[in-house]
Ligand binder design. Structure first.
Ligand code: ADP
Ligand code: TPW
Ligand code: MG
Length: 570
């Protein structure tokens, strides 16, 4: 193509990167601008990509990761060289650990200076730093390779077990020019980025045989099942077989929590007693006691549906591995399911119902108590009431007691609405996940945050206000990590390592940015504030006064905390 001056029209790395993203339907970018990617962010916005600018790359990355989880398209995070790259890496590594598809695109400094370690501005060998923590890491060294580089990144992020991919763009590659035709020809539109992976028919048959022989079968749903978006088939399989199911935290809502087959209220009973367990998109990691005794029966047989073949036998023997994508595997199971053969014994279902009833009663008593100040249950009881007729809301949740109690109290009725600390139990995902969920869905989000957890990403409430996102952040302010009443064993004036300010007026923070702040001292006050906030659609922060003595150390995972046998002040 020639312009009026008869020189070929040119493009450059900035344009090609934006064109490549658009060609692949990647329409949103979460990032922090600066050298050398400022113009990339500007150009992306100018050419119709939605750009959401953050204060900290970790939150931008968390927003991208959760967008990936919700949409099955890689979430895009844009970072500057070295420190910005490293800030984003925590989110990219977390995405990989959780199986969320994400691409972190980072600018980088001059290769020849980095490689001779001559001290460039923000010098770091980023691709090699990224490798151990990502599913894949690539660097584009020529402008004409931007298209193929992004194609590789997309495929790596979404195919097989999804994960975080790093794509390095040196400043020179962004600035370099190319004639338009060569540039256009270099772009790649990825076809079928996450191809179906059909399970072997004999593996499907074997899985059904194990279930048919079982007396006390159990199905465990993990976030891989939620990610797969095979909601109707998963529900049909569970309802047709009548097998009780237990959702992992982010699989809550795949079937409603009040479904009669839910075994969530009798979790330890079913884990210990099940004789055949079908894992659907859930790993036998620490969250499931590695599949070992005493949590599990050593005699139980396991069936596992997973896209990653090497996940099988990772912690204990899998009798019936079904390797394939969950949508294909569940539909293959349904196709040959003979419901007459698979029937959980009624004794199993009756015993389970008794345990459920007993535990549900215990929970109701907790929720009905009216302690002053509020404890976790009374505050969550108020939230539960307000959310009960709003199943479409997203619930983001982090903290220790705030997390563990909310997971048990707040029922979910729709899939992929609960977003939490996930496989790592990481703090700092709160505002990023809330922003990502609000941006991709346009739906309201309630973020239930421990006061410590909130602090990791708290500055992003300005981002929430700047983009007018319908996010209500509820802070459970118990004045600390786990509890607010710990003491300094030296007798000195400094607070204990786990103590934060209980008198902190977090609600005033959001007022600084034009949002709405509430202070809630009791359940009716909390319910009213939350109802008003959801009615207004305004960015809101509710600071809840929680009894500093109500929490337990490490929440529900205190058993993982090594204890010093020597007194702390010796
Ligand atoms: P949870 O924490 O909810 O128990 P995990 O993250 O441990 O869940 O496990 C999710 C599993 O789901 C991973 O092993 C992953 O390989 C698998 N997975 C993710 N997406 C799919 C899919 N589309 N089809 C099959 N398996 C999947
Ligand atoms: C990145 C360790 C686990 S839970 C937690 C921390 C610091 C905060 C608990 O206090 P919070 O909740 O949020 O006030 P509550 O209700 O119990 O009082 N750094 C990272 N991740 C983790 N998990 C930690 C530290 C931790
Ligand atoms: Mg706290």
């Amino acid at each position: 193509m020639a312009n009026e001056t008869n020189f070929p029209a040119i493009t450059n790395g900035f344009h090609l990167m934006v064109d490549a993203l658009k060609l692949n339907g990647l329409d949103t970018m979460y990032g922090v601008a600066g050298i050398p990617v400022t113009d990339l962010a500007r150009l992306a916005q100018a050419k119709g990509i939605r750009y959401i600018g953050f204060h900290h790359e970790q939150s931008a990355g968390n927003a991208a990761a959760i967008a990936g989880y919700l949409t099955q398209k890689p979430g895009i995070c844009l970072t500057v060289s070295a420190p910005g790259f490293l800030n984003g890496m925590v989110a990219l590594a977390n995405a990989t650990t959780n199986g969320f598809p994400m691409i972190q695109i980072s600018g980088s400094s001059e290769r020849e200076i980095i490689d001779l370690q001559q001290g460039d501005y923000e010098e770091l060998d980023q691709m090699n730093a990224a490798k151990p923590y990502t599913k894949a890491a690539y660097r584009v060294d020529r402008t004409e390779d931007i298209g193929i580089g992004l194609a590789r990144a997309i495929r790596a992020a979404v195919s097989g077990r999804p994960g975080g991919v790093y794509l390095d763009l040196p400043a020179k590659v962004l600035a370099a020019t190319l004639d338009n035709n060569t540039g256009a020809r270099s772009l790649v539109r990825v076809v079928d980025a996450a191809p179906r992976q059909l399970p072997a028919p004999e593996s499907v048959q074997r899985a059904l045989e194990v279930l048919a022989a079982a007396e006390r079968p159990l199905i465990i749903l993990g976030k891989g099942a939620a990610y797969a978006q095979a909601d109707a088939d998963i529900r049909a399989f569970i309802e047709k077989t009548g097998i009780p199911f237990l959702p992992m935290s982010m699989a809550k809502g795949l079937l409603p929590d009040d479904h009669p087959q839910s075994a969530a209220a009798a979790r330890s009973f079913v884990l210990a007693q099940a004789d055949a367990v079908m894992l659907i998109g859930a790993r036998l990691n620490w969250l499931l006691g590695h599949g070992k005794s005493p949590q599990w029966s050593p005699a139980a047989q396991f069936i596992q549906l997973d896209i990653a073949p090497t996940e099988m036998d990772s912690n204990r023997a899998i009798t019936a591995p079904v390797v394939g994508d969950i949508a294909s595997s569940i539909s293959a199971l349904l196709a040959i399911l003979d419901t007459k053969q698979i029937r959980p014994r009624s004794a199993w279902l009756n015993e389970l119902a008794q345990h459920k009833q007993h535990n549900i009663k215990g929970m109701a008593a907790h929720l009905a108590a009216k302690p002053d100040p509020m404890d976790f249950y009374s505050a969550l009881g108020a939230i539960k009431g307000v959310l009960s007729d709003k199943p479409e809301l997203f619930v983001v949740n982090e903290g220790a007691n705030t997390l563990d109690t909310a997971r048990n109290v707040i029922d979910m009725r729709l899939p992929r609405k609960r977003l939490d600390t996930g496989t790592w139990g990481v703090m700092g995902v709160g505002m990023g996940y809330a922003i990502g969920a609000a941006v991709v869905s346009g739906k309201p989000v309630v973020a239930i945050e421990g006061d410590s957890a909130f602090g990791f990403s708290g500055m992003e409430i300005e981002t929430i206000c700047r983009y007018h996102l319908p996010i209500v952040t509820v802070i459970f302010n118990n004045g600390g990590i786990y509890r607010g009443d710990d003491i300094n064993h030296s007798g000195g004036a400094d607070p204990s390592p786990t103590v934060l300010m209980k008198e902190a007026r977090y609600e005033k923070l959001i007022e600084a940015f034009g949002g709405v702040g509430y202070y809630a001292a009791d359940p009716p006050g909390l319910a009213k504030a939350l109802t008003d906030a959801l009615g207004s659609g305004q960015p809101t922060l509710i600071n809840c006064a929680i009894d500093p003595t109500a929490g337990t150390e490490s929440g529900h995972i205190g058993n993982l905390n090594p204890q010093s046998s020597i007194a702390q002040n010796k």
